[in-house]
Design a binder for this molecule. Sequence first.
Ligand code: SAH
Ligand code: SF4
Length: 359
Amino acid sequence: MLSRKKIIQDLTKEELSELIKPSFRAKQIYSWIYHKYVDSFEQMKNLPKEMREKLDAEYTLTPLKTLTVQDSIDGSRKYLFELHDGHTVEAVLLLMKEKEYHEDGSVKHQERYTVCISSQVGCKVGCAFCLTAKGGFMRNLTAGEIVEQVRMIKKDNDIDANRRVNLVYMGMGEPLDNLDAVVKSVKIFADPEGMAIATHRQTISTSGLSSKIEKLGKMELGINLAISLHAVDDELRQQLMPINKAYNIKSIIDAVKNFPINDRKRVMFEYLVIKDVNDDISAAKKLLSLLDGIKAKVNLIYFNPYGGTEFKRPSVKDMKAFQEYLTSRGLHCTIRESKGLDISAACGQLREQELEGEV
Ligand code: SAH
Ligand code: SF4
C-alpha cells in the first residue's frame, strides 16, 4: 500500500498558489514536478527547508507505483500502475510516425508520442465487447492520478519536458462519467508552466453520454472529441452498448453537432468492427448518411479478441471494403492498423492478465 497523504498532482497551479505563499512558489513546485520529474519534496532545492518538510508531511508526489511494463513490437509500451488502495489501471505510450508536408513539396517523417490514459478503475457502461467492463466499476480516478500516468511515462522514457506529446483519454473507464476530475486533469496538463500539453492535443473518447458531451462543449476547452459509435442502428448498439438505452444515436449526433470544433479538426467516430456483427457494407452506407453534415472522420478498429469472448476479428478484406466505401464517397476514414494501437484500444487486457496471474 502506498501513502494516504493528499496527492499534490490533484492541485492546479492556481490552487497551489492559494495554499502556498508567496505564490511564486507554486511555479517553482510545478517546475520540479512536471519539468524535472522529481519524486520527493526533498529534491526541490530552491524551496526553504521548512516548506519542503511541511509539504512532505501533507502531500505525496508518488501516488502511482509501476507494476509491469510491456513492450510491443512497434515500440509501444503498456504500463500497469497500482493506486494507493491497491487498484490497478493501465496507460500506454504509443509511438507514431507522422508525415509533415512542407510548402516546397518535401515530406518529413517524424515520430510523435501519444499517451493513452485511464480515467476510472473499471467502467459502469458495460459494453459487451470490452474487457474493462468485465471487471465492473471500482472507482473514479482523481485528477492527480490521471496526470501522474503521463508524468510517470514521460519520466520513465526520458521524454524531455519540452517534447510534444498528445493525449487520448482512451484507456480504462468512461471519461465523461468522471467529468469533474477529467476536466481538471485537462487543465493541469495544459498549464504552460506545467506539462504544457495544449488542449488541442488532447482527445476525450466517450461511449456517448450526450448530456455530458453538451456540458463539456459549453466549457469551450478546445479539446478534441472521439465518439465510440460502433453501430449505426439503435437496436444493435443497445446490444453492444447498454448505455444506448439512455443516450440513443440521435441524441449523440445532436450533441456532436453542438460541440465546438476547432477549424482544423474533425470529430472522430470510432467504429469497432466485429466479424458478422457490424462489418456489412449496409452499415457503412448508413454510417455515411448518419454523419452527413458533420465535420467527421471515421476510425475503423479491428476487434481485438481475448479469452472467453464470442466476438471475432473481422477479415482484412471486409475491413478494407468498409473503408473504401466511405472514402470513395468523400468521408475521411482510417483503419487502426498498428499492433500497439490494437493493444491500447483494448485497454484492460494487461490488467486482466495480471488479475488472472498470467503476467
Ligand atoms: N470509455 C471510452 C474510452 C475508453 S474505451 C469509450 O468507450 O470511448 C477506448 C476504446 O477501446 C473504445 O473505442 C472501445 O470501443 C475500444 N475497445 C474496447 N474493447 C475493445 C476490443 N476488445 N478491441 C478493440 N477495441 C476495443
Ligand atoms: Fe467503458 Fe469504453 Fe469499455 Fe464501454 S468501451 S465498457 S465505455 S471503457
